[in-house]
Ligand binder design. Structure first.
Ligand SMILES: [Zn+2]
Length: 265
């Protein structure tokens, strides 16, 4: 190895070292710059991104809260529906009231089943008589062609100075002619099986408008009579329900075409 080669060798080594230092410097600068970039610019970008993401969060929160609003609406709806339910309660109460009204109207209707058509004849006033018998009769109008005429029947009663307590027309409408407490003249000469006479004194008389012995009461008359008997029983201690023919045999044949199985005795 000669000197020149030795010098060359030294300068070559220097060059390589400088080159390595430069490379190291470049790399160091790069990393420093990169580090600065990451620390500041990228973090700034991240901050922006974070803020953006926070906005997103807020937006998403808002959208959540907006999404909650419908839920609140749902709650309101639920509370509304609950209110409706609480309104339904009054509706139910209304229905009950309505039912009560219907019941009342039914009671009124039942009361209206008996139309007061009080007459001024055919009875004797009484305040203390005891009633235990119902007498069922039948009658019809002979004053005109309309055998079923209520007014005709009542006019006939007036002509003879008689009356029953009640009369039931063909449609089942009940008319009260004499108060139950008074003695109506409907049975005439009469006798119960227990020997008591003057049945008028302790009985309530009910007339059904039936044309003759070939005719018979309508179903509505039977229904009305059954109801009226129950109604009288609610006020009086009724022990006997008889037909006019039962207490005046040989003299009277009514009630005509009557089926005792169709009324509750
Ligand atoms: Zn009679």
């Amino acid at each position: 190895m000669n000197y020149e080669n030795k010098n060359m060798s030294i300068s070559y080594k220097r060059t390589i070292i400088i080159a390595l230092l430069l490379i190291l410097l470049v790399f160091t600068g790069y990393f420093c710059w990169k580090n600065f970039w990451q620390k500041n610019v990228i973090s700034f970008q991240n901050e922006e991104a974070r803020q953006a993401s926070e906005i997103d969060v807020e937006i998403s929160k808002k959208t959540e809260s907006e999404a909650e609003e419908p839920q609140q609406n749902n709650v309101e709806e639920i509370s509304e529906s609950a209110a409706q339910k609480t309104e339904e309660k009054p509706q139910v109460e209304k229905q009950v009231e309505k039912a009560a009204e219907n019941f009342e109207s039914e009671k009124i209707e039942k009361n209206e089943k008996v139309v007061s058509r009080l007459v001024s004849w055919g009875f004797q006033k009484s305040d203390s008589r005891k009633i235990d018998t119902i007498v069922v009769h039948s009658t019809y109008n002979t004053l005109s062609d309309d055998a079923y005429s209520l007014e005709g029947c009542i006019s006939q009663f007036k002509q003879y100075g008689v009356s029953s307590h009640y009369i039931i027309d063909r449609s089942g409408k009940i008319y009260k002619l004499v108060d139950e407490k008074n003695i109506a003249y409907h049975a005439g000469v009469s006798e119960m099986k227990d020997g008591r006479t003057n049945v008028n004194n302790f009985s309530v008389g009910i007339e059904l408008i039936v044309k003759d012995s070939q005719d018979k009461p309508t179903d509505k008359q039977y229904d009305a009579l059954s109801w009226l008997i129950s109604d009288i029983k609610s006020r009086q201690n009724i022990k006997y329900i008889v037909g006019h023919s039962d207490i005046a045999p040989g003299r009277k044949t009514d009630p005509w075409g009557f089926d005792w199985g169709k009324i509750q005795k």
